[in-house]
Design a protein around this ligand. Structure first.
Ligand SMILES: NC(=O)c1ccc[n+]([C@@H]2O[C@H](COP(=O)([O-])OP(=O)(O)OC[C@H]3O[C@@H](n4cnc5c(N)ncnc54)[C@H](OP(=O)(O)O)[C@@H]3O)[C@@H](O)[C@H]2O)c1
Length: 331
């Protein structure tokens, strides 16, 4: 597939820069309710969402199965949807997870995702995490064969370093790089975003609302038992309270504009350029509607400078992942 074909495969992404992150529907952010989630997915479609982001590991396949039910119910309109999934994180029997980007694993995992999703072709397939010792050429070579076989439309990588992305782009066309990017997680700005731009790769920002922190609606005390955020450094009480001073800046701008804090956080991200997309996760109609409406909000240069200054340098308290998980990113 050449670059033009890769871009065409992402038409849904390039016309609508806000997709729906579906992870929290099946795992990590509290109990799952598939019937309510199915209704939420149809609501999202009615609101204009066309890009739906999942992964084989979310709910151990349950999230992909949920999306299979959703696209199945769309009938002919399923052709409008860009289904993006990820492979490359194995769930081990002991409950731990491990990156696996070996060619044979990627091929088998993609085929399992196709079966679970109930589709003949995955619109956008990402490598979820790179195994440090597996050359990216091996992985992307396997992914490119999936494109040749007609099983995948376009290729993406998640949380890889700029150097890895550059090597990947020499192996096959890469349409998207998905990494954490938000007001409080700006690592990608140093090298990854410039590398994306050098190669015409779209940056898909995950956790664009800081896993809920940037909405002002989440607090450590209200998180369900087993919620992943209970284990994240920034959601530990001391860090969280310290970071609330930064949130106050976002809230002040939101108040002045007459919009929500979440919308300011998304508008800041979307204002980075047309090649930056966001996939906020939500299960609620009002929040999904507010998030997609952020496409119409423009922040003034003064507001952007205020936000940039507030979140600059070491202003954020706590790492975005625990140390052990940080070793799996920027590989
Ligand atoms: N590639 C990777 O390694 C990776 C890692 C993590 C996530 N992701 C992807 O990125 C997607 C989004 O990230 P995320 O879900 O971690 O974090 P997020 O989008 O930053 O935040 C989601 C949280 O914000 C809340 N929320 C959303 N919109 C809101 C609004 N307008 N007002 C108030 N609260 C709002 C949601 O709750 P409600 O449901 O109540 O709205 C949820 O608790 C995931 O679903 C997943 O697809 C990828």
């Amino acid at each position: 597939m050449n670059n033009a074909a890769s871009t065409a495969a992402l038409a849904g992404v390039s016309t609508l820069r806000v997709g729906l992150g579906c992870m929290g529907m099946s795992e990590f952010y509290g109990p799952a309710d598939d019937e309510a989630n199915l209704r939420a997915l149809h609501t999202a479609f009615a609101l204009g969402y066309r890009h739906f982001d999942t992964a084989d590991m979310y709910g151990r396949g349950a999230n992909e199965q949920l999306l299979a039910r959703f696209v199945g119910e769309l009938g002919a309109r399923r052709a409008e949807v860009l289904l993006a999934t990820k492979v490359g994180i194995e769930r081990l029997a002991d409950g731990n997870i491990a990156a696996n980007s070996r060619a044979d694993y990627i091929q088998a995992a993609c085929e399992a995702s196709l079966r679970r999703l109930g589709v003949e072709r995955i619109g956008l397939l990402y490598l979820h995490r790179k195994t440090p010792e597996v050359p990216i050429e091996e992985t992307v070579g396997a992914m490119a064969r999936l494109v040749e076989q007609g099983k995948v439309g376009a290729l993406g990588l998640s949380e890889v370093s700029a150097a890895t992305l550059e090597r990947a782009c020499k192996t096959a066309p890469i349409a998207a790089l998905q990494s954490e990017y938000s007001l409080w997680s700006r690592d990608v700005e140093a090298a990854v975003l410039p590398m994306c731009r050098a190669h015409g790769v779209k940056l898909v920002a995950y956790s664009p609302l800081g896993r809920g922190f940037l909405t002002g609606a989440v607090s450590p005390a209200t998180l369900a038992e087993g919620d992943l955020r209970r284990r994240l450094p920034r959601f530990q009480e001391d860090n969280f309270r310290a970071n609330e001073a930064l949130l106050a800046v976002v809230q002040g701008i939101a108040q002045a504009l007459g919009c929500s804090t979440a919308q300011v956080a998304l508008a800041w991200l979307l204002g980075k350029g047309d090649d930056v997309h966001a996939i906020p996760g939500s299960r609620r109609e009002a929040n999904m509607a507010a998030n997609i409406a952020a496409l119409g909000i423009r922040l003034s240069p003064i507001a952007r400078r205020e936000l940039d200054a507030a979140f600059a340098g070491g202003a954020v308290h706590g790492l975005r992942y625990p140390e052990a998980l940080l070793k799996t990113v920027n590989v």
